[in-house]
Ligand binder design. Sequence first.
Ligand code: BTN
Length: 328
Amino acid sequence: MPTPENVILRELLDSEPGWISGAKLASKLKLSRVAVWHHMEKLRAQGFDFEARPARGYRLTARPALLHAGLIELQLKVRPRGFSITVLDEIDSTNDEAARRLAAGQASPFAVLARRQTRGRGRFGRAWHSEPNGNLYASFAFRPAVPPERMQTFTLWMGVNVCELIANFTRLSPGLKWPNDIVFDGRKAGGMLTEARIDADRIRDLVFGLGLNVNGGSAGWPADLARRATALSALAGGPLDLNRLAAAIVGRVLLAYERFADGEHAESFADLWHRYDVLRGRRATVLEGSRPHAGTVVGIDGEGALLLRDDHGRTRRFRAGEVSLEKE
Ligand code: BTN
């Protein structure tokens, strides 16, 4: 059952950039115009604003800058049966929250987004800086019920899909740095963390986490992060509509998951990988634990492992590791 606020929002969004009359809203909601006005005040408290004119009605003039569940839901173009989105004000980690909800039996797929994380995590247990500054912290929960080896290229596939969505949405040029970094000219704007629980030979459930610096600039970042990282708003020259972008990303992630689960992704994976991979042909060092290996990246294999040719012509494969590029 949609809430009165969501009904009002849908009508306002559908009427944009025009007006919707108070009488029409009241009859849609079967409420008095005073009651409608009260619901609009609730929306105002959530960061929306309206212009009201006696003869014309209402028009949306401002939207919340931070994540808003209703706005995301209303702008979703894809919605598998039973799919749900939760937007939390604050959580330790959306990946952890999604895992807890899976363990508690919540129906999948679902997404958990948060305006702020107090213990956002990256690969190798590193912290993911997660202030409430207009960035995206999102986790998606699935129960794929396939053998673990089917999922080897999952994060790479999701990564190139997210890159393409960002490219289409912003007209910027993102790249994917194996295995999980979304980068722009060597600066990281996003990262992905896939975590699975595996029973004997099947994946029981899986959480795909995405952190993306959207509107949160370097102001609150520690110095070393500010040197290495960037945000979409800095590259685009101004803030982006976070909720519209979040809805587009949710839709793309759901679609990408379905194509992956149905095994329909191989051809477009090769194509997207070719378009967004930033490592191929580059001189790089791969840190495997604390051991550095230098060479030239020649690509990935069918299992998503990185292939690095050393100066003796030997090719080594890496299932995991940290890649740093030599300056060109
Ligand atoms: C990395 O680059 O090392 C991966 C970063 C992944 C961060 C995201 S933010 C949403 C989700 N929740 C987490 O705690 N981590 C992921």
